[in-house]
Design a protein around this ligand. Sequence first.
Ligand code: HEC
Ligand code: HEC
Ligand code: HEC
Ligand code: HEC
Ligand code: HEC
Ligand code: HEC
Ligand code: HEC
Ligand code: HEC
Ligand code: HEC
Ligand code: HEC
Ligand code: HEC
Length: 419
Amino acid sequence: MKGREVGMSTWVVLSGVVSLFVGLMVGVARADLSFCLGCHQDESLKKQDPRGRSLSLFVSEAGFKSSVHGKLSCSSCHTRIKDDRHAEGGKKAADKSVHCGTCHREAEKEYQQGLHSKLIMKGTERAANCYDCHGKHNIQPSKNPKSMTHVSNIERTCNRCHSDVEFVKEHALGATIPGEAFQKSVHKKTGEVTCTSCHGSHNLRSLIDPKSTIFRSNIPQTCGSCHPDITKQFTESIHGVLAARGRTDSPTCTTCHGIHGIKAKVDPDSPVNERRIALTTCPQCHAAERISREYKITTTPVKSYYDSFHGLSYRGGDTYSANCASCHGVHDIRPSSDPKSMVYKDNLQKTCGNCHPGASENFAKGKMHAVASTAGEDFGEKVVGWVRITYIILIVCVIGGMIFFNFTDWLRKTIDRMH
Ligand code: HEC
Ligand code: HEC
Ligand code: HEC
Ligand code: HEC
Ligand code: HEC
Ligand code: HEC
Ligand code: HEC
Ligand code: HEC
Ligand code: HEC
Ligand code: HEC
Ligand code: HEC
């Protein structure tokens, strides 16, 4: 019983001390805010930064008070400035450095693993600091549409550096500016995809860092957060298996679709538009002899396709004709020996049947990529090769004979007329 009474009175004293302390703190804060703003509400207050440019020292009271930090004092961030001695400048100049991590440890930890932070540690000027992305005195939660980190504003926030031509040149960041390409992309039109959807916000890394979301073998997973079905198909395909091993010979999502300027497949400018699939998308690799030799794939899939009835009409502009993807699929391409492949022998009737209704088993037989060659080891190819040669001889004889006949006929008539 006694112990409890003592406890009660301790609580009373303690809470009295705490509320006095809090009251004092609030008082200090209020005083501090109006004290600092007493000078810093002046729009003409400026100083020269070390580069000689004019820096405004104006802080909007209304802006600050409506920010997420509006209840803090100025010196809770500017911990090195407590009075007005800095106002004289010179040696007493203010140390304006702010350490956001004192109150935001988690965010800071993430950020410190990322590239921007590492660059600042190394002394790179203009790498992104907390306040480059969030602002200084007008910080809002990301859900607020006015926030610099709201999904609709992130592009502008990043592009202040990454679309600045001089910045890009200085940092040798490639020929295309990400922000410009992104403007015309299908992702921009959705309004939900932005720079940080692929790059992350704090733990953002360089493309050569194996932990980066944009490191080559991690790209399928990055796209897969929004395109999970396609990514699953791809990672099980022959290309996906090779890509996961980090081989640059294999295509990954961005090899076929591009990076920042990804277009819808129906857009004629898309690199995977059906008019391009058999002209560039697949031939960029499968017309290359090195790849065919190194991976022991049919050496002439592209040439043989161009010579086929499908290839001839496709190149003639017939959109109903078969292109590479019509027979092989797109994201789930497998070797013809794999029973799950669209061109596995037992599946051909169905694959061809998509366009040739009622295709018989026999219809689907025969090599699709046979080329005319008398030197090949394949009997089928040899037959086609010899037929082709016979055709050429016949054509030369028939047309040559006709020309010879017409010439002698003309010669005879001319000689006749002269006499
Ligand atoms: C008497 C007017 C006055 C008061 C009060 C005042 N400042 Fe300043 N402040 C200035 C002037 C003038 C400068 C420019 C000094 C210079 O040229 O280096 C300045 C500069 C600054 C800078 C920028 C330093 C830099 O190098 O860019 C910060 C940050 C700052 N003040 C914060 C505060 C804070 C926080 C308070 C309240 C604790 C405060 N000021 C109170 C006049 C004042
Ligand atoms: C949430 C933290 C935070 C609070 C609170 C805060 N500031 Fe700042 N302030 C910053 C940051 C960050 C910078 C930029 C520091 C740098 O450039 O290294 C800055 C810079 C400044 C500058 C220099 C001019 C500029 O825009 O870079 C002045 C002046 C200044 N603050 C005044 C104030 C005054 C006055 C208050 C109180 C009304 C205040 N600050 C409260 C974070 C804060
Ligand atoms: C003295 C502690 C303190 C410092 C220093 C501080 N903040 Fe904050 N910050 C807070 C508090 C407290 C909140 C939460 C306010 C609320 O929820 O109403 C907050 C909220 C935020 C939010 C919104 C978070 C959310 O979940 O909605 C962002 C973003 C933020 N701060 C960024 C910064 C940045 C950037 C800096 C450095 C320029 C900084 N803060 C410095 C205390 C601080
Ligand atoms: C390259 C830009 C960038 C930098 C640099 C950056 N942030 Fe963020 N931050 C963001 C974005 C974008 C979000 C929005 C949510 C998300 O994507 O996670 C965010 C979210 C936050 C949040 C969560 C609250 C909210 O508004 O959603 C806090 C707190 C925060 N950042 C603090 C910091 C601090 C502290 C630093 C520096 C140590 C920092 N940020 C550096 C871009 C950045
Ligand atoms: C759909 C995903 C996606 C979106 C959205 C996206 N990026 Fe990228 N970004 C990538 C990939 C993947 C790479 C790696 C490119 C490579 O492998 O060469 C990259 C590379 C970069 C690079 C490095 C370029 C270089 O040549 O070193 C920068 C900088 C960059 N992006 C900035 C941005 C900015 C800014 C935005 C917003 C306007 C943005 N990105 C939007 C996926 C994306
Ligand atoms: C204040 C300027 C600034 C802002 C704002 C900024 N960055 Fe950066 N960023 C840099 C600098 C500097 C580098 C380093 C360039 C280099 O490698 O020299 C960089 C590097 C990068 C890289 C890595 C490029 C590579 O080498 O692979 C990516 C990706 C990137 N930033 C994305 C973003 C995104 C996304 C945002 C917005 C959320 C953003 N940045 C905001 C300055 C900035
Ligand atoms: C070998 C080239 C290639 C690779 C690698 C590739 N794609 Fe595709 N993708 C295509 C082609 C071609 C089409 C158009 C297919 C069509 O016309 O139906 C397409 C279509 C798409 C579509 C539109 C689907 C629809 O039906 O509307 C999305 C989304 C897509 N790809 C995402 C991805 C993602 C994510 C990856 C990586 C996991 C990836 N692609 C890898 C070639 C590729
Ligand atoms: C934050 C989610 C998100 C991420 C990450 C993302 N996408 Fe998308 N993507 C979408 C949305 C939403 C659409 C538009 C709706 C649709 O067609 O599915 C789209 C559309 C597409 C299309 C056009 C589909 C068509 O109509 O032909 C392609 C291709 C595509 N994305 C490829 C990629 C690739 C490649 C990556 C990775 C580099 C990627 N996406 C990353 C959300 C995302
Ligand atoms: C970036 C280069 C590249 C692109 C683009 C590409 N491929 Fe491939 N493809 C390869 C490589 C390399 C292999 C061998 C993989 C292995 O053996 O592990 C391969 C394997 C194949 C195979 C299986 C060959 C066999 O004998 O096992 C088929 C079928 C195939 N690709 C069809 C396509 C089609 C259709 C397209 C277009 C939609 C395409 N490829 C786009 C590089 C590419
Ligand atoms: C009309 C259907 C059809 C079209 C169109 C087609 N292929 Fe094929 N492709 C096949 C069949 C069936 C095979 C299995 C072997 C054979 O019959 O020659 C095959 C085999 C291959 C192979 C050898 C690997 C293997 O799995 O045996 C590659 C590589 C290949 N095709 C790439 C392409 C490329 C690239 C294109 C477009 C330029 C293309 N194909 C167009 C049906 C087609
Ligand atoms: C995307 C649709 C499509 C697919 C899939 C397809 N074809 Fe065709 N095929 C056509 C069209 C269209 C023509 C007519 C082309 C022309 O103008 O000569 C054609 C023509 C042919 C011809 C020439 C004789 C005729 O009937 O006109 C043969 C033989 C043929 N295809 C066999 C196949 C075989 C075998 C397969 C499966 C390995 C196949 N096709 C898959 C669309 C397709």
